[in-house]
Structures are given as C-alpha cells and as structure tokens.
Design a protein around this ligand. Sequence first.
Ligand code: AMP
Ligand code: MG
Length: 488
Amino acid sequence: MPIPFNNTYANLPDGFFKRVTPTPVAAPKLIAYNHELAAELGIDDDFIKEESALDIFAGNQIPEGAEPLAMVYSGHQFGGFSPVLGDGRAILLGEVVDINGIRRDIQLKGAGATPFSRRGDGRSALGPVLREYIVSEAMAALGIPTTRALAAVASGEQVVREAMEPGGVFTRVAKSHLRIGTTQYFAAHEEHGNLEKLISYSLQRHYPEKADSANPALALLESVIEAQAALIAKWMGVGFIHGVMNTDNMSLSGETIDYGPCAFLDEYDPAKKFSYIDRGGRYAFANQPSIAHWNLTRLAEAILPFISKEQEKAIELAESALEKFPKIFEALYIGTFCRKAGLTDGDSDNWALLEEFLELMNSQKVDFTLCFRHLSTELAQPESPQFLSLFSEQVAIENWLIKWRERLTQQGIKTEESLKIMKESNPIFIPRNHRLEEVIRAGKNGDFAPFHRLNKVLSNPFTEQPDASEFELPPTPAEVVPATFCGT
Ligand code: AMP
Ligand code: MG
C-alpha cells in the first residue's frame, strides 16, 4: 500500500457520510508535491515518481486502502443555519497514522460532485488550489495549527465560475475534518445515538488524554474552547484574517481549516476585512475572537443534552466552560503581542503600552508585519531609519519608544534575549495578498515558477533571505488587492 491507509471514520455508522468516488479529470498535471509532509505521513519518497501517484492525486484512481466518502455536516453561515451542508467539493480518501503516531485525514478537494454538491460542480478552480497550498504551508511554517497541503494538480479541464477558469485538485491533510458543524448536523437531525458516538470519537481522536473523562461532552467542549482560543490568538499575532469563520469552517481539532477568502493584514487596521462576500464585516480582523466564542456557543448547544440530562445543569456547566474562553484567549493574545515587543511579561502595564503602539500603527496606517519586525531592528540599532520611517508622524512614536525602552530595562533581561524573543515572534515573510494574486495570475497562464518561489520563501518566515527581500514589502498603491473572492 503506497499510502498506508488505516481508516476509522469509514467504520462509523452510515449516517456519518455517503460513499462516493472521485470523478476523473481529463489531463492531470502535477504542480506541487510536499515531500516533507509525505515523509511524515509514512509515504515512500519514490511514490510520486510512479505513474499512479498523479492519477491518485487527480482523483483518476482510487489508491489501495482508501474508502472514499463525503462527510455530513451542517453549519451557521454568516449567522444563518444551514441544516445540510456536507462535503460538496471534497472527498475523504482515508486516514493514515503518521510517523509521530498522529492520525491524519487525506482528502481530495475539487475531485467532483458528491451527494452534498447541491447546485455546485464539486470542482475547484486552480486559483483557490494555489492559494490554499501556499497559505496553509505558510501557516505551518509560522507555527500555527493548520491543515496541510500534500499535492496540487492541474486538472486540464475548465470550470465555470464568473468566467471559465482552469481547474485543479488539491490534496489536503488534516488532523481530522470534524467541525463544529458536524456536531450541529446530528443535533439538528435529532440523531442522538450518532451525536454521542461523534463526541466520543472526537474526544478519542483529538484529546485522548481526556477520553476517560466522566463527562466526555463537557471535556470535548472545554478542549475545543482551549484549542480555538490558542489558535485565534496565534492568528491575531500574525495579522491573519480567516474570512469565513462559519461553524462548518471551525475544526474540533483546533487547526485552521478552509482557506477561502483569507488574507493577511498589510496596514494594521482592526476593522479590516477582505472577503468580497463578507459585506457587513462580520469576520473582520478584530471580530475573530468574539466570533470564535459565538461558534463555540453553537457547539455547546449542539452537545448540551450530553453535558447533563438535566437541562438546567447542562446549561450551567456549558456556560461556565464558555465563560472561560475570553479569559484564556486574552491571556494568550496579550502574551503573544507582548513577546512581539520583546516583553516577557503580559501584565496590564505592558499590554497598555502595546495597545498604544497598535493605535499608533492604526492611525498612521503602518504595515503590521514590517512594524514589528523593524521594532527589533530598532532595539539592535536605536533610531534605525527602517523603523522610524514607517511612521509619518515622529513625535508620538519617539515618545512611545522611550517608554518601551524603560519597560525593557525594567524586565531585567539582556538585550540579546529580548531580541531573540522578538525575532522568534515576528515573521519577516507572510503570504501577502498581492504576491498571492501574482502567483495565481501566473499559474492560470501555466507558469508555476512564482508559485514555487513564494512557497520556498515562506517556508522560512523568520529567517532573513537577502535574495528575497522584495517579499518582505507591502504592496505599492498600484499592487493593493482590496478584496478576495471565495474559494469556490
Ligand atoms: P466552503 O465555502 O468551503 O466553506 O463551503 C460551504 C459549503 O458549500 C460546503 O458544503 C461545500 O462542500 C459546498 N461547496 C462549496 N463549493 C462547492 C462546489 N464548487 N461544488 C459543490 N459544493 C460546493
Ligand atoms: Mg467549508
């Protein structure tokens, strides 16, 4: 078995999925293959050289051991509940247990229609495939929990979107594809037996240390709350905007999932949103923690009867778990931002200082990534032109720098130590939107060199790369991408 499948989800009751086979594509071509990830999954490095490999990642051949299926789920989309969503353009091939003992899903995205496709074609355009490949791998390199990219294939077919576009198939790897929306599906359809099975399956798979808990539903809720709080704090720390934080796009494992209209901040602006479909800004940058909290409340509602048979008791337990979310999140968020400024202690004075810094960044429209990065330049070489030139108005930031230096001195650690913390917390390279657009434009014309280049640069986001310094820079006014379109 070239891919060492070891499936468990396919053994769950029929109500969890519909079996489906990928629909072959006309003329597949391999664009990218993630050798490192393949090794982690226990796939032989030579496998990709075999003819069958391309056919497998295109959906033209079902690999030995795979049990292809489309998963069921519901979801709140922009606040409105859809009782039946499910995998409409994704097919789970199966699971492998990786070399670290962690169970991982292998899924094809864009491999053809499923029983959940409704009016959709079950296909992916090439643009979103390239985008998800680059951004998910960049997130992994930034140390942020995420689904991963194993392969990208050009299908050799066109798909109909606003215009005809070249199609692609993406192979995604995830700790699982269980979402808050999966629990909502069984709750909405009153499939209590399956919901109970899902709770114990999810807990066993993602939080095995709590599998023997006396109250598995509560243990699951608490674990997902902690995992999501940690995840969102990390997003905020690098200026990531997910763009579609619907409950079907929030995983129970705490990985970032579903890279549709996501983007990274250039200028710091808490109200920033990129997604074309997010007209009200529901999923704007600074709303992400409260939306995560809202989504987690939907999880609690779905599994409530299993938290306690007595409704009042269940609500009390769920509420006290949910109440912890803002506190857990805030501590991690403040800690993340203080470390970005070289401050080890996330106390309220340090946080007030950081808030002032963010406010200056916002009012003077300073690039978020460059600003933190050159704050470390400023620490190494005071009054560095790189840092101060980011601000149009100097007095306020110079005053701020004085207070910041005082804080650094007070914390009593060596400058080298603060510098090290800052360099580890502030990426030099992020997948900037204008670079992604460039990659996609070239890819649609059959030129994947920019894709490979960007992917390589982003694999080392914290390390200076003198031959790639242009990738550090924000867009020029002409390069700014004001809006992103959904991944469909
Ligand atoms: P997403 O925007 O990826 O979160 O997807 C929301 C829902 O729409 C999911 O049920 C998807 O499976 C479905 N969907 C998205 N794009 C397509 C497509 N091209 N064909 C069929 N279903 C789709
Ligand atoms: Mg989705």
